[in-house]
Design a protein around this ligand. Structure first.
Ligand SMILES: Cc1cc2nc3c(=O)[nH]c(=O)nc-3n(C[C@H](O)[C@H](O)[C@H](O)COP(=O)(O)OP(=O)(O)OC[C@H]3O[C@@H](n4cnc5c(N)ncnc54)[C@H](O)[C@@H]3O)c2cc1C
Length: 351
């Protein structure tokens, strides 16, 4: 088999990369091992334009929002699903300090932050003593439908091989790379946290962390918004809600922990006024890095071996934009944004 591109991994990064290659009429094969707890399968899909205790704008959010909203709509149209929905965030102030921080940012006329007109609005559903603010716009990406729908499409086109990729079997040739019976001009790794062990890319400053989410069944919580009080809660299908997440920097495995389950159950018992039942608990490893900027581009010493990774906590907003940059780079020679281009790590990659 001969293709122009071999893509390893079909989380949100591999999905967008293969989507843009398809649009550019390039031939490719995706190899994916269907890991049931990949980061993209555990994530909520939330896109929040502000972050941190100071509630500041996230990196590049204006450019990202302008790009990603139409991009997800286009992908959704192609797949016949609703791929993205605007759901603004109702941010219940968890402590007096956080309320003060929100009010201070409102007084500075910070973008995206709004004061509600009716502070009592959610009192039938949630316990909250300190009021809330609204973050507008926020979005939820429908990962639960995008990932299987794109998989189905790739399978129907013979563009997906469901297997475990073994790097020991990858060979470089004069014209590109060879993997088993597949010859490709280029290979691009979109395999999430697995890239931290990849012999070509393991010296990149990955800072993997584990995150967990709980899934509950409940009735009466509006599906129109994301709610936050310490943790985020969002509807993912009728009467089913996602709540998370935590950040563990030291972890023996990628399994759910009893501690997170207990802690979340206590939080929900104190926060929700409606009855709920925990129905699932998942954990995954975020492909995060020290700089909080993606890893995009080709290896300085192996020009046919590339990567689209390092999405950290923001795969849903970063993956479409940087997948397009990577495709534009090899089609039109457009430069990848220097903050994301792995050229910035040339020295350590050449060691
Ligand atoms: C609890 C939690 C909540 C999160 N919430 C959000 C959120 O609300 N919004 C947001 O934007 N981000 C969120 N994230 C972060 C988000 O999940 C990641 O940024 C994103 O999913 C990374 O996507 P990826 O495609 O790069 O990697 P992954 O999703 O990890 O995909 C890698 C793919 O490669 C495949 N693979 C790996 N190794 C191999 C191999 N050897 N052979 C074949 N295939 C292989 C896997 O099966 C998988 O399909 C969250 C993460 C966690 C853990």
């Amino acid at each position: 088999m001969q293709v122009e591109f071999l893509i390893i991994g079909k989380g949100i990064s591999g999905t967008w990369l293969s989507y843009y290659l398809q649009k550019a009429n390039k031939s490719f094969l995706v190899v994916d091992n269907n890991q049931s707890n990949s980061a993209s399968r555990v994530a909520a899909g939330i896109i929040n334009p502000v972050t941190g205790r100071r509630i500041v704008k996230t990196w590049m959010i204006d450019e990202l929002l302008e790009f990603l909203v139409p991009a997800y709509k286009e992908l959704g149209n192609e797949l016949g699903i609703n791929a993205i929905e605007q759901k603004n965030l109702i941010d219940f102030h968890p402590t007096p300090q956080m309320k003060i921080a929100f009010d201070e940012r409102l007084n500075e006329n910070a973008e995206f932050l709004f004061q509600p007109t009716d502070n009592q609005q959610y009192l039938d559903i949630f316990n909250y003593d300190l009021g809330f603010g609204e973050v507008n716009p926020c979005y939820v990406v429908n990962l639960r439908e995008i990932l299987p729908a794109w998989r189905k499409k790739l399978l129907a086109n013979n563009q997906l091989s469901e297997e475990d990729f073994k790097i020991e079997e990858l060979k470089q040739t004069e014209t590109g790379v060879k993997y088993k019976n597949i010859n490709a001009a280029k290979i691009i790794f979109c395999d999430g946290s697995n890239s931290a062990q990849n012999p070509y890319f393991k010296t990149l400053p990955f800072a993997l962390n584990k995150g967990e989410a709980i899934f509950i069944e409940a009735a009466g919580i509006p599906s129109t918004h994301i709610f936050k009080k310490g943790m985020m809660l969002t509807s993912i299908e009728e009467n089913i809600y996602w709540i998370g997440a935590n950040y563990l920097w030291e972890f023996p495995d990628d399994k759910p922990t009893e501690q997170f389950r207990k802690q979340t159950e206590i939080l929900l018992m104190n926060w929700l006024k409606v009855p709920f039942k925990i129905i699932d608990h998942k954990a995954s490893i975020r492909p995060a890095n020290i700089e909080r900027r993606p890893f995009v581009g080709f290896h300085p010493g192996h020009k046919n071996i590339g990567i689209l990774n390092g999405m950290g906590t923001k795969g849903c907003s970063l993956a479409p934009y940087f997948a397009k940059q990577l495709v534009d780079d090899f089609i039109s020679g457009n430069e990848i944004l220097p903050e994301a281009d792995i050229k910035r790590f040339s020295k350590i990659l050449m060691r």
